[in-house]
Design a protein around this ligand. Structure first.
Ligand SMILES: Cc1cc2nc3c(=O)[nH]c(=O)nc-3n(C[C@H](O)[C@H](O)[C@H](O)COP(=O)(O)OP(=O)(O)OC[C@H]3O[C@@H](n4cnc5c(N)ncnc54)[C@H](O)[C@@H]3O)c2cc1C
Length: 419
């Protein structure tokens, strides 16, 4: 197909050009879905990285451990783009959206018109801002390049300070430990992953890391970073203590890449605000993935999800919505994390108003926690319980009543609970 001249004669949809900004996981699924749904007009995928779209979860796991090649994370090989009739523009940034002219300003100095625009710009790793942080090499982990340079730090005899005890920080800590490095995690809050899991899980994570020899310091604020004479880094803590290490990794969260949208006057609130059709405050602009803030009935509020599932499913939903197909995107959030030999999964959003039911003991190798409203499971969370969690997911989605006593009994198969 000649990309400059959309083949409108055979296009099932009266749309000439669709541009996707951000060639990550959400962008890739958006592009594939547009073609699968029969859009034959001009399709452009612009991304500022040089790799084809890739999945990021292995970056803190197998790729960081050197057990998988970076290319194994690619969602497509570049040749697949030709087959899709997709103009993929790597190493290219969109600098500005001119909504009135429906045109993008591109980093190569050109402009690009669009009929529909889909923002899949994800986020970037938040940087440390304490004094001295700009003078020291501090690793973050978001891209393949980040994982490749961080992996070199992990070997016996090296010490690593991980600032931030959230998911990325803890997965990095686990991988660094497995590669033989000494690891200290510094967490400002009173418990690990405080924003996303209940206290029982924070305790479980703390025990898990302690068992593997990670030092975790909770309620610890970093106040400065300096270089020691031997080339190592010295972290000064708010309580006056110091920590010397070979490498520092910041795992202190994600900054949504919503600058383009904000500058263009779209509604933003810690990300690009969209409705359940993934539509922004401009009817011709959609957003999906880590950058999108979406109404979520499971949380009872708007959420910006940072997960593999959401990047894929919202990318698909945004593509369909851009074509005018019926879409109601209200996903049951699902997230997983792998640390050492533990696979932790969370379905739904545990809320303080929920009643917790325990199946197995937190701290054991395998257990589950359920969050109920009346007799209905609203969220479930478990360690090394993937199969049972799939049953739990079904129960949550079906909204079926369960007997809490039977739910708590590991001898009652999950599949028999709703009978
Ligand atoms: C190390 C790591 C481990 C993870 N592990 C898990 C896990 O175990 N489980 C789980 O559920 N989730 C995990 N995630 C989260 C998951 O990978 C993300 O939610 C997902 O990648 C989001 O996809 P996205 O397409 O929205 O954003 P991204 O993957 O960030 O893609 C956005 C792309 O847009 C580009 N871009 C931004 N602005 C512009 C612009 N103006 N012009 C051009 N290009 C632009 C960015 O550079 C980027 O390439 C992990 C993430 C990381 C980083």
């Amino acid at each position: 197909m000649n990309a400059e001249q959309p083949d409108s004669a055979t296009n099932n949809f009266p749309i000439g050009t669709i541009v996707i900004v951000g060639a990550g996981q959400a962008g890739s699924w958006t592009a594939q879905t547009l073609r699968q749904e029969g859009f034959t007009g001009r399709l452009v995928l612009i991304g500022d990285e040089s790799h084809p779209p890739y999945e990021r979860p292995p970056l803190s796991k197998a790729v960081l451990a050197g057990e998988a090649e970076p290319a194994s994370t690619w969602l497509q090989k570049p040749q697949a783009f030709d087959a899709l009739g997709l103009e993929w523009r790597p190493d290219t940034r969109v600098n500005r959206i001119d909504r009135r002219a429906k045109r993008l300003e591109i980093s190569d100095g050109t402009t690009l018109p669009y009929d529909k625009l889909i923002l899949c710009t994800g986020g970037r790793a938040r940087k440390l801002t304490v004094p001295g942080a700009d003078q020291t090499r501090i690793h973050t982990l978001r891209t393949i390049g980040d994982a490749q340079s961080l992996a070199k730090e992990f070997r016996p005899g090296r010490s690593v300070a991980v600032v931030g005890g959230g998911w990325i920080g803890l997965e990095v800590a686990a991988t660094a430990r497995q590669k033989g490095a000494e690891v200290t995690v510094l967490e400002a809050q009173g418990r690990l992953c405080e924003r996303s899991v209940p206290p029982e899980i924070s305790e479980h994570l703390l025990g898990l890391h302690a068992t593997h020899g990670v030092r975790v310091r909770l309620g610890t604020h970093l106040s400065g970073i300096a270089r020691s004479t031997d080339g190592r880094s010295v972290l000064t803590l708010a309580d006056g203590d110091t920590l010397t290490c070979n490498a520092i990794v910041a795992g202190v969260g994600l900054v949504p890449n919503d600058d383009l949208a904000r500058d263009a006057g779209l509604d933003c609130d810690g990300g690009v605000v969209v409705d359940e059709r993934c539509c922004t405050s401009d009817a011709d602009i959609f957003a999906a993935g880590d950058v999108a803030v979406t109404p979520n009935p499971w949380a009872g509020r708007r959420l910006r999800l940072e997960s593999w599932q959401n990047a894929q499913e919202q990318g698909i939903a945004a593509a369909r919505a851009a074509l005018g197909l019926p879409v109601v995107y209200q996903p049951l959030p699902w997230f997983w994390s792998d640390q050492y030999d533990m696979n932790l999964q969370i379905y739904g959003v545990p809320l303080p108003s929920h009643r917790m039911v325990t199946r197995g003991m937190p701290g054991d190798n395998s257990f589950m926690l359920f969050y109920l409203e009346g007799e209905i499971i609203k969220a479930a969370l478990g360690a090394n319980a993937a199969r049972d969690l799939r049953f739990a997911r079904r129960l949550i989605e079906q909204g079926k009543q369960v007997d809490a006593k039977r739910l708590a009994d590991p001898d009652v198969p999950m599949g028999k609970l709703s009978a």
